[in-house]
Design a protein around this ligand. Structure first.
Ligand SMILES: [Mn+2]
Length: 335
């Protein structure tokens, strides 16, 4: 069947009969948007299980109604998930116990194994390279690329690939944590270091952080000292809302701080924990999914381009996956 025939014969009101993302009938080739799942959680420091986030979001996506009143034809663009990389999952499963051993040793002031550490560092480099290469492959043929994590270390390769393609690109990070630790627990590619690594290794010229409410002194100093970073702390946002300020006025400032091309790195813990109760490191505070969708809509309304995004730290639970898959659909509209 041709793509055109698939569009004509697809029942938008029916139950999903296709075992594809959102039950859509298109192959990867026929889809404008390609989603890369990254089952990875080597350096997670608190709750685990985000390795299954992409898989659960995929399962959950089939019950999302694809009718979008403002964008009724969006489904015709096609959004498809590539096959989960089994070697990345296997590597994460192999290295995670070594990382746990290291974290335990550090907590007990013992000397952790140098061999284990080297294996973890090497594995993280391999995962980043796989993501970068895979993203490049699809970007080169004109696809929009989205990533589902996995812990927050997973999108580095995508951000590198996207920032090599687009000039004047900024990252909007929605997150409870600043993720600006330098080699947290010794790991170069820790989930807690993702934005430090982005600023160090990619062509991103601007980082705008939103929702930050759990951070250390060195991260606070990092933010103050680096001209590329603008941070909207959750504490300040909540106070403005409590004083009668509008979400729109806050969003306007966030949008103004962004350059022309925007990559969104969305750690689900930036939302209220109600919407991501099983994420790795939940913190009270944060926002609703609707507020996030409105924010991204305003980026587009301001004439800026959402070039790519990731949703990471999805918890291994049906409700967490339900929220994440709906957001994947709603945010993909703005690509
Ligand atoms: Mn994060």
């Amino acid at each position: 069947m041709t793509r055109e025939e698939k569009i004509n014969s697809f029942d938008v009101n029916g139950v999903s009969v296709h075992d594809e993302l959102f039950g859509l009938p298109f192959s990867i080739d026929e889809s404008e948007i390609v989603v890369i799942p990254v089952p990875w959680e080597v350096t997670v420091s608190y709750g685990s299980g985000t390795i299954d986030g992409p898989k659960m979001a995929f399962d959950s996506s089939k019950q999302v109604d694809i009718f979008h009143p403002q964008h009724p034809a969006h489904w015709k663009r096609g959004i498809a998930l590539i096959e989960e990389p089994a070697h990345i999952r296997a590597l994460s499963d192999k290295l995670r116990p070594l990382a746990e051993k290291r974290i335990d040793a550090l907590e007990q002031r013992a000397t952790p194994s140098i061999e284990d550490f080297a294996a973890i560092e090497k594995g993280c480099v391999l995962m980043n390279a796989w993501v970068e290469k895979t993203a490049q492959k699809y970007l080169e043929i004109g696809k929009k690329v989205v990533l589902l994590g996995g812990d927050h270390s997973t999108p580095l390769g995508l951000i590198k690939a996207v920032s090599a393609k687009y000039k004047n690109i900024g990252v909007l990070q929605i997150d409870a944590h600043a993720d600006l630790r330098v080699a947290y627990e010794g790991f170069t590619y820790s989930h807690a270091s993702i934005m430090h690594n982005v600023l160090k290794e990619s062509n991103v010229s601007k980082l705008v952080q939103m929702g930050i409410r759990d951070f250390c002194q060195s991260e606070y100093n990092y933010i103050k000292d680096d001209d590329r970073i603008t941070t909207f702390f959750d504490r300040d946002i909540q106070r403005r809302l409590m004083m009668g300020g509008s979400w729109k006025s806050i969003v306007d400032e966030v949008v103004d701080a962004l350059p022309e091309n925007v990559y969104i790195s969305f750690d689900v813990d930036g939302m209220q924990p109600l919407f991501c109760p099983n994420t790795g490191t939940p913190v009270y505070g944060g926002y609703t999914p609707e507020q996030i969708v409105f924010l991204v809509e305003q980026i587009r309304n301001a004439g800026k381009n959402v070039v790519s995004f990731d949703i990471n730290e999805i918890g291994p639970n049906e409700w967490d996956a339900n929220v994440a898959s709906r957001l994947l659909w709603e945010l993909s509209v703005f690509l």
